[in-house]
Design a protein around this ligand. Structure first.
Ligand SMILES: Cc1cc2nc3c(=O)[nH]c(=O)nc-3n(C[C@H](O)[C@H](O)[C@H](O)COP(=O)(O)OP(=O)(O)OC[C@H]3O[C@@H](n4cnc5c(N)ncnc54)[C@H](O)[C@@H]3O)c2cc1C
Length: 413
């Protein structure tokens, strides 16, 4: 493509905002338009299951991702509260719900995802909420009084965070998970047991192996949750934390067939965020990225979205892509600050436990190389592990497990 003079970024969140910042940082002088369907514009999503639920006076202004002042300083035209309803990838044109059409030399699709709802009877009742946007969190917060009975469905991080935040806010929380143990698909089992025990000690009532049948609205506005074994519970609010799906309703059937990765539902891109259409890029939770081994991966966390936005900017400007960081994720669950880096392997023989402080640190180690780590209320341990992963440091598992040996010493190999 000849000289690029205009860029449209669809989605003003972690991926989209990091892309527009990076474009300016790298000296791009052309026009940038940042479009988002959300009237509240660019805000951080992680606080939606944390501060926004726990602090009654926190608003979207407190969690803004980019301020109006910065947008002005960077000469970025923000167009909020108007969603894209159609993309013509060959003409690089978007049509907005307002009827307005915009074209550009480059379009970045950073439209993230929408929260899933379980396909069961009653899932569309107004008392059944999800958490993806600011308005979702606000809706939930406004329903909370001292004794609100809430059922949180889902044993992933969003379910765990929501459970902990609501419980801390004084709600009576029932945590319903289809699995035997929440988060066991994400973290070492012993650690999950300890985290879940912590939440239960704060008053959360966990129901594992939960088989939902349907939700029935009662005349007093409460909802009965019926289980397959014919038992039931009554609650005031239900929150479904059962994952998200990439948001691409603006792609026609024909364009979807060209752009989407069928296995993940995301927009297929190469490792420079480039789709098969010239000038069309995708980044963040919506992007299904081809990996070095040919497989496709769609990440759903903040650091990855942010990095992919920067990568897209580099590719748009035909510059060297930024180095890939060690994968990193955090989850705040009440008083617990969990951090993870790299890959936590499910296999026990690769697990090294370091008993340090109140919470053990877990490392995944393969052939004397740390490949992953997870800690609770101990971010320094994960930072040290990230250095070891990045530098491919050779380390004896017995040394890692020894809390007498400072991790910073082991970082040097
Ligand atoms: C409640 C919650 C808590 C989280 N907590 C953590 C955490 O603790 N740690 C962590 O690492 N990650 C966390 N995440 C995940 C993290 O927030 C996401 O990975 C990240 O926000 C993805 O960024 P993104 O830019 O790809 O997409 P998104 O953040 O999903 O943003 C997509 C944007 O596109 C806009 N959009 C969508 N469709 C259209 C359209 N048709 N037209 C115009 N605009 C459109 C949306 O309004 C939205 O602003 C959390 C997510 C949620 C929902």
């Amino acid at each position: 493509m000849s000289q690029i003079e205009s860029v449209i970024v669809v989605g003003a969140s972690a991926a989209g905002v990091s892309c527009v910042r990076e474009l300016r940082q790298e000296g791009f002088l052309g026009s940038i338009t940042l479009v988002d369907k959300d009237q509240h514009g660019a805000y951080e999503r992680p606080p939606l299951s944390k501060q926004i639920l726990m602090q009654a006076d926190t608003t979207h202004h407190d969690i803004a991702l980019i301020s109006d002042e910065e947008l002005t300083a960077l000469n970025i035209e923000a167009h909020y509260g108007d969603g894209v309803c159609e993309l013509d990838p060959t003409r690089r044109r978007i049509t907005l719900e307002s009827g307005k059409a915009l074209t550009a030399d480059v379009i970045l699709l950073a439209t993230g995802g929408e929260a899933r709802r379980l396909p069961i009877e009653g899932a569309d009742l107004p008392q059944v909420l999800v958490l993806r946007h600011y308005e979702d969190a606000l809706n939930l917060r406004q329903r909370l009084t001292a004794d609100t009975r809430v059922a949180v469905i889902g044993g992933g991080f969003i379910g765990a965070e929501t459970t902990a935040s609501l419980s801390k806010s004084g709600a009576a929380v029932q945590w319903l998970d289809a699995a035997a143990l929440p988060m066991a698909h994400l973290l070492p089992t012993e650690l999950c047991e300890k985290i879940v025990a912590n939440h239960c000690a704060q008053g959360v009532a966990l129901t594992p192996h939960c088989r939902l049948d349907k939700f029935i609205e009662q005349p007093d506005g409460s909802v009965s949750i019926l289980f397959e074994d014919t038992t039931s519970i009554e609650v005031d609010v239900i929150v479904m934390g059962v994952g998200m799906a990439p948001s691409t309703p603006y792609l026609s059937e024909a364009v979807s067939a060209e752009l989407l990765n069928p296995a993940t539902g995301g927009i297929q891109v190469n490792d420079n965020q480039v789709t098969k259409f010239s000038g069309i890029y995708a980044a963040g939770d919506v992007a299904a990225v081809t990996q070095a081994d040919g497989s496709t991966l769609r990440h759903e966390h903040w650091q990855s979205a942010q990095h992919q936005g920067e990568r897209a900017a580099a590719a748009i400007l035909n510059k060297e892509p930024p180095a890939a960081p060690v994968d990193w994720f955090w989850s705040d669950q009440g008083d617990l600050h969990i951090e993870m880096a790299g890959k936590i392997l499910p296999t026990k023989e690769h697990l090294v436990v370091r008993l340090e402080g109140d919470w053990p640190v877990y490392f995944s180690v393969v052939d004397n190389r740390v490949v992953g780590a997870v800690s609770v209320n101990n971010p320094n341990a994960v930072r040290a592990a990230m250095r070891m992963i990045k530098n491919n440091v050779n380390v004896e598992p017995s040394q890692l497990a020894n809390p007498e040996l400072p991790l910073r010493k082991l970082m040097r190999g």
